[in-house]
Design a protein around this ligand. Structure first.
Ligand code: GLU
Length: 423
């Protein structure tokens, strides 16, 4: 089943529960625009390579299209379509006036030099420039894309337009007009939601063991924030594998080791010794073993389709926080619900990223910049309010949080479509 079919299933389930008008549902079942581009890049060795890229603009009823773009060897059109639809829903869950889009290029960025990545990014801008802009479609970072690339993006687009148009993209460095707090926003937003949930069930951080799949932008920052709140991080991983420890992991120590050695897999001894142990208290695990580790909270901060019909039954966590997009399949959702595992869905849990992107758009438009505390306070307000609305819908419709989040979002989108007389 393609990832987009998963998204359609999720829409279908929520639409049924809330009795959404079929016409509204049919509009959301197809993206409004799908762009496919070929990107010729002169490589360092003099050869010419043509990369394939996409930008899918799913829906703009609520505002300009918004969503990141990723560089990954497994990018495909169906995946980008799914991710674009999730952006429409995500922006609506948190009630920010934006639509949904997503982009991607089929490339393993680890195989390209910095110069080649810059050329690729600038080509991607040139080929999509006619269909993007601060009031049309505003890209941002996603898997394997970062603030430096967003700066190239803004620079290239501004050159094409012949004026400063930094608002075309978010997630830029501070020097290029980025927002304070954007780098931490995805993890920070997820932690605010987790805090609300934990408080509601009387979960005590010091007695709560957390496993985090993915120690990249979202996962490593979540580890830092959760450890600071008193949670015990007992396992984590990256694309090369993971480690599980019998004691809490020091996130800062692990990050320093990962930067030096290239992967968390080789950091077990170091992490153990940081706790004053003899180096043997952390063991190497595969990705599968990590997901099935005994813990209270499993944070999924890697890629999509990680918990599926095959392994859902083996998950031991009591709760899953989805910082990645689409890490739990619809089939797995059903198995987890039966087991009583609570899943805080991506479209709520990781919406902090796009929320601070929206703040960046406001700051760029105003040419006035906010303090970090201000960004955090505004983010917290939005995340807590979204959590309360989703929880209220889960109680009202007696459904799981994902369905409740879709219901919250679909109701707002439907109202906009009618208000603007789009049909
Ligand atoms: N790529 C992030 C997401 O999936 C952020 C998107 C944005 O900031 O526009 O939500």
């Amino acid at each position: 089943m393609s990832l987009f079919e998963n998204t359609l299933k999720q829409i279908e389930k929520a639409a049924k529960i809330m009795s959404l008008e079929p016409e509204i549902k049919s509009i959301l079942e197809v993206p409004q625009r799908e762009i496919e581009v070929s990107l010729p890049v002169r490589m360092d060795d003099g050869s010419l390579k043509i990369f394939k890229g996409f930008r899918v603009q799913h829906n703009n009823a609520c505002g300009p299209y918004k969503g990141g773009f990723r560089y990954h060897q497994q990018v495909d059109k169906e995946e980008v379509k799914a991710l674009s639809a999730w952006m429409t829903i995500k922006c609506s869950v948190v009630g920010i006036p934006l639509g949904g889009a997503k982009g991607g290029v089929i490339v393993d960025p680890k195989l390209l030099s910095e110069g080649e990545l810059e050329k690729l990014t600038r080509k991607y801008v040139q080929l999509t420039a006619a269909n993007i802009g601060p009031a049309i479609d505003v890209p941002a970072p996603d898997v394997n894309t970062n603030p430096k690339m967003m700066d190239w993006f803004a620079d290239e687009y501004s050159k094409i337009q012949g004026k400063d148009m930094k608002g075309v993209v978010t997630g830029k460095t501070l020097a290029a007009g980025g927002s304070k707090g954007r780098g931490e926003a995805t993890a920070q937003g997820g932690c605010y939601v987790l805090h609300e949930y934990a408080t509601s069930i009387g979960m005590e951080p010091s007695k709560t063991r957390v496993v985090i799949q993915g120690f990249g932008n979202a996962g490593a920052i979540a580890a830092k924030l959760l450890a600071a709140d008193g949670y015990e991080i007992v396992g984590t991983s990256d694309s090369k594998g993971g480690i599980v420890c019998t004691h809490g992991i020091d996130p800062a120590g692990l990050l320093a080791c990962k930067v030096e050695k290239g992967s968390v897999v080789d950091c077990g001894v170091h992490v153990s010794e940081l706790k004053g142990m003899d180096g043997s208290t952390c063991k190497k695990v595969t990705n599968e073993e990590l997901l099935e580790t005994e813990c209270d909270i499993l944070v999924l901060a890697a890629l999509e389709n990680q918990v599926t019909a095959e392994n859902a039954d083996k998950i031991k966590a009591k709760m899953i926080l989805e910082l990645a997009n689409g890490p739990v399949t619809p089939e797995a959702d059903e198995i987890l619900a039966k087991k009583g595992v609570v899943v805080v869905p991506d479209i709520l849990a990781n919406a902090g990223g796009v929320t601070v992107s929206y703040f960046e758009m406001l700051q760029n438009a105003d040419n006035k910049y906010w303090e970090e505390d201000d960004v955090k306070a505004k983010l917290k307000d939005i995340m807590v309010k979204a959590w309360q609305e989703v929880k209220a819908n889960a109680d009202k419709y007696k459904c799981i949080l994902r369905e409740a989040a879709f219901i919250t979002a679909l109701a707002r989108i439907a109202a906009k479509i009618k208000e603007k007389k789009l049909i």
